[in-house]
Design a protein. Sequence first.
Length: 284
Amino acid sequence: MMSNYTSQLIKNLEDKAKLFRREILEMTFKAGSGHPGGSMSAIDIITALYYYKMTIDPKRPKWADRDRFVLSKGHVCPALYAVLAELGFFSKEHLWTLRQPGSILQGHPDMNKTPGIEMSTGSLGQGLSVACGMALAARLDKKDYKVYCMLGDGELQEGNIWTGAMFAAHQKLENLIAIVDRNRLQIDGNTEAVMSLEPLADKWEAFGWEVLELKDGNDMKQILITLDRATNIKGKPTVIIANTVKGKGVTFMENKVEYHGSTLKPDQMELARKALEIPGFKVD
């Protein structure tokens, strides 16, 4: 399996993720609001899902046999919007209308407004239960699609997550893969100070899940290897605990809780543009 992860594949995906980081910062800066920190920690995994792992068709966003992705931590939707636009689900011009009245791209995903969004999310704790329903529907409809659900680590403090976890294990939803964006920071500070999650892997295992730990959730090769392992697990749902860095990609943003829900100031944005310099990049 290792030989399939070519240097060219890794570079292509890393280049995509760099582009998406720049777009995340540009669209939130232009909007004057949003959640750049968690979007930056999550973008490598979302890039790998859509460009390497998932079976999708941007021209048929409601294709019955597509894989599903539920962004339960809906506030980091700039990351998902950037990927969907690049794939052609909608025009990139919409990125620069983020959070504006009448825009199809609001501050949390809206399945009724945005092509490619599987579920309206934002009220934390609900996405996993919805993903459970999608995964069970695949079995009942005799479909073989996979359901991926990205969770925030702070979100795991919501009780509904563990209701969904218990249900998925009971139903043996082997087509369900949850991914925890474990950047260890939530709006109020460090997750372990707000409400401790550890021992996190043991908790998921006790609920009946296969647990995979991604030591560096921003390393593209590790991501691909772990996703491939996850999709080969049989008889139970799988959770990937991905250890990521909030604000990854721009040094002064990394591991800083203040960038959870705050956009960059003009001078900071200039520094970020230099860190994420992309020839020919422009904002329409």
